[in-house]
Design a binder for this molecule. Sequence first.
Ligand code: ZN
Length: 246
Amino acid sequence: MAAPAGPALLALPGGTAAVTWRRSARARRISLRIDATRGAVVVTLPPRAGTAAGLALLEKEAAWVAARLARLPRPVAFVDGAQVPLADEGHRIRHQPGGRGGAWLEAGEIVVGGEPCFLSRRVTDFLRGEARRRLSPLAAEMAAAASVRVARLTVKDTKSRWGSCSASGRLAFSWRLVMAPLFVQRYVVAHEVAHLRHLNHGPRFWALVESLVADRDRARAWLAAHGPRLLRIGSPPGGRDDEWTP
Ligand SMILES: [Zn+2]
């Protein structure tokens, strides 16, 4: 079903909001929701509703939309001078014009060479690489402790899940996890590795997780409180996947 062609921007008391229009065959009425990772309001129209009716609802609910958007964590773009956490520690992005391409760590900074137009892409690639580099040994360590085998570890950019696993032994993690504190990284890896033994959230699954990491509740609380902030760093989630095989 083609997306309705409504206006992409909405003027609100506090500024301008991005609007995403959707058409749903199952929707009974027009609805609004907030896409927290993109900082946009999503308007869903039932089959026969027009964009004018959607706009009328947006205008009626403008105060609610503005309040919800104002409460979102502030987006952090990958630009020269921005602070990016690595294992919860701030690292400044420093653009080195004319330098070699790529990005690397140097004295607590993320140094990015080459043309400024590639800076954001290079920082993202660098963080994806760091995620693979740091999560792979954690997965290997936990898999050994749990006597299971990791067939493949994939780094993705998912909106709603920090990690996932398949019955065939494949693990996937959001690269954004590399920005979280180490105890959180360890918990998410332990959780997915434990699923290689127990494909459920039963008592034996949790007993295995607890034998692998000590602070499961603290890690879950950290993700609930700070996870949305990590999704607002760099480009919004939903980019290409990239894979790594141990
Ligand atoms: Zn699970």
